[in-house]
Design a protein around this ligand. Structure first.
Ligand SMILES: [Zn+2]
Ligand SMILES: [Zn+2]
Length: 254
């Protein structure tokens, strides 16, 4: 299984607009972050997780030629800003694109992009096939996932376990069912927007994550969805040995 971090940044990327690097060292290329997204490849299947505003850049930068499905974790801009690119992607690929999202996320998407659901408006708005993602076992892109929901602001974000890999983004707590799903994972890729600083913003910091993972068996943790306040080197130096900071284009193989 190959997991490519297409984007390791938070909602506003690093640097943010107007070249604002906040707390990140502009001299370290690992601090240059597009919005959070992951590309999972296994058994000749390819799953794109989230389609944010940097989608086009990420697909082109990695030379990705196709995918079997898209999973949208939740309906915040940094995770769905690229969804309106998908009708054109479908046209270029010459096949329909399956998109999986929770009922709550789909409702919000309909508010954001009504024309993508009616087939009206854009002449090429078709080509998208929407699927409701439930908690529990789901076959997505031909891969057997175990989906779980985590609280994030006023909404829920969908995480998943696939074989020995678990992914969770935009979370502020770990409910019991989600906890059982990530337990025993070889690799957990997790949002750590706030670095070492706990904040009340719907996101996570390493001290909070460490507390949540207590008593769970997880070999390796990689932290992603990092705010511009977070400097790669500074954060990495404060983490235990089995915890790594993600960067754009990082490839994880398990
Ligand atoms: Zn986010
Ligand atoms: Zn979010």
């Amino acid at each position: 299984m190959k997991i490519t971090v297409l984007g390791s940044g938070s909602a506003y990327g690093t640097p943010m607009i107007f070249n604002d690097w906040s707390g990140a060292n502009s001299g370290d290329p690992r601090n240059r972050r597009l919005r959070a997204s992951v590309f999972l490849e296994d058994e000749n299947k390819r799953l794109l997780v989230d389609a944010g505003p940097d989608l086009r850049e990420q697909i082109n930068r990695e030379g990705i030629r196709d995918f079997d499905a898209v999973l949208l974790t939740h309906a915040h801009y940094d995770h769905i800003g690229g969804v309106p690119e998908l009708p054109r992607a479908s046209k270029i690929l010459g096949h329909k694109i399956d998109i999986f999202a929770s009922r709550e996320t789909l409702e919000e998407l309909k508010n954001c992009y009504a024309y993508l659901f009616t087939g009206m408006g854009e002449p090429d708005s078709g080509g998208l096939v929407w699927h409701v993602l439930h908690e529990g076992k789901e076959n997505v892109a031909g891969l057997d996932l175990n989906v779980f929901f985590v609280p994030h602001h006023h909404m829920q974000s969908s995480g998943f376990r696939y074989k020995n890999f678990a992914y969770v983004t935009d979370w502020q707590a770990l409910p019991e069912y989600a906890r059982t799903q990530i337990d025993g994972a070889d690799l957990l890729l997790a949002e750590c927007n706030n670095g070492m600083e706990p904040m009340q913003n719907g996101h996570s910091s390493w001290p909070e994550i460490a507390e949540r993972l207590k008593n769970l068996k997880i070999n390796r943790v990689v932290l992603t969805h990092l705010s511009a306040r977070v400097d790669y080197r500074t954060l990495q130096n404060q983490l235990p040995e089995d915890v790594q900071v993600a960067y754009d284009r990082m490839v994880l193989e398990i």
